[in-house]
Write a protein that binds this ligand. Structure first.
Ligand code: FE2
Length: 299
């Protein structure tokens, strides 16, 4: 009797499936973007999810995002293929290769550039990756900019006993592994690769908003297992865990991102690269950028 009285952890189900829009970002590279769109501005605390490529560039053709500012949030870049170089006005620089993660806390403001490396431009190749924007709470919007580079070798990985589910733990915990990145706003950021009949059941704190973005293949998400396809995002309902699976008769494996975070529940005022709480703060950000107070890249 007692055993039956123990509440089973509730599985999250799919609340809505969203298609990505296709657009150009930076100096003109192609992205798929489930949000922000006119229909869905954010999944608090996430402000943006861009799936860059995959796109094959010939030698000298690679396109990135030259000098531009940010204030009020964090940008997280995760590359699956290709090579990017970061420089910013706080003096940080870094190179991002396949499997690496770059976590930039823009805080009070930086000007940065995100460009294909000289080596990539020499050879050309496939650029493929993600950028997410994580909002900062009002009390942290004007903190000092910070920059963390995490090479692929330091990202914890785990594989299920049957070998059919693999996870890379970029933020949060999964399969007994904990992320090495120090995130200002607590979030979960997991990359799963599932083979046919592979399954995973990550726990997601019940007070977090959560979503699944399918990078490739078809994933059965949540209780009841509705199919979510490449380029689609599923917003998840309430619960403590989520079932992720690939059908046994699937022709191909699947890759997905699971993102979850504690909502800030604060007003959002956004204009391009600035995300604040009020319109007045946005006007201030524009003035500060135009008067050079976010600095410039001088190396
Ligand atoms: Fe940027």
């Amino acid at each position: 009797m007692l055993k039956e009285a123990v509440t089973k952890a509730r599985e999250r189900s799919v609340a809505a499936v969203v298609d990505s829009i296709r657009t150009l970002e930076g100096a003109g590279f192609p992205v798929r973007r489930p949000f922000p769109t006119a229909q869905l501005m954010q999944v608090d605390p996430f402000l943006l999810l861009d799936h860059l490529g995959p796109v094959r560039w010939g030698p000298g053709e690679g396109i990135g995002a030259p000098d531009h500012p940010h204030r009020g949030f964090e940008t997280v870049t995760y590359l699956l293929s290709g090579e990017m170089e970061h420089k910013d006005s706080a003096g940080h620089s870094g190179r991002l290769r396949a499997g690496d993660v770059q976590w930039m806390t823009a805080g009070a403001g930086v000007v940065h550039s995100e460009l294909p490396t000289a080596e990539f431009q020499r050879t050309g190749g496939v650029m493929h990756g993600f950028q997410i924007w994580v909002n900062l709470p009002a009390r942290d919007k004007m903190i000092r900019p910070r920059y963390q580079d995490i090479p692929a070798a330091r990202i914890p990985e785990a594989t299920s006993p049957d070998g059919k589910a693999k996870v890379r733990v970029i933020a949060g915990n999964a399969m007994g592994r904990s992320a090495v990145i120090d995130t200002r706003t607590p979030i979960v950021y997991l990359h799963y690769a599932l083979r046919p009949s592979g399954e995973a059941m990550p726990e997601v704190p019940s007070d977090y908003n959560a979503l699944v973005y399918v990078i490739g293949g078809e994933v059965l998400v949540g209780e009841g297992g509705g199919a979510v396809r490449e380029g689609q995002m599923a917003r998840l309902g309430e619960g403590e865990s989520v079932r992720l699976a690939v059908a046994a008769d699937a022709k191909e494996p699947a890759d997905l991102l699971l993102l979850a975070g504690a909502p800030l529940n604060e007003p959002v005022a956004r204009y391009g690269p600035f995300v604040m709480n009020t319109e007045k703060e946005i006007q201030q950000a524009i003035r500060d950028y135009q008067s050079g107070r976010m600095g410039e890249i001088d190396f």
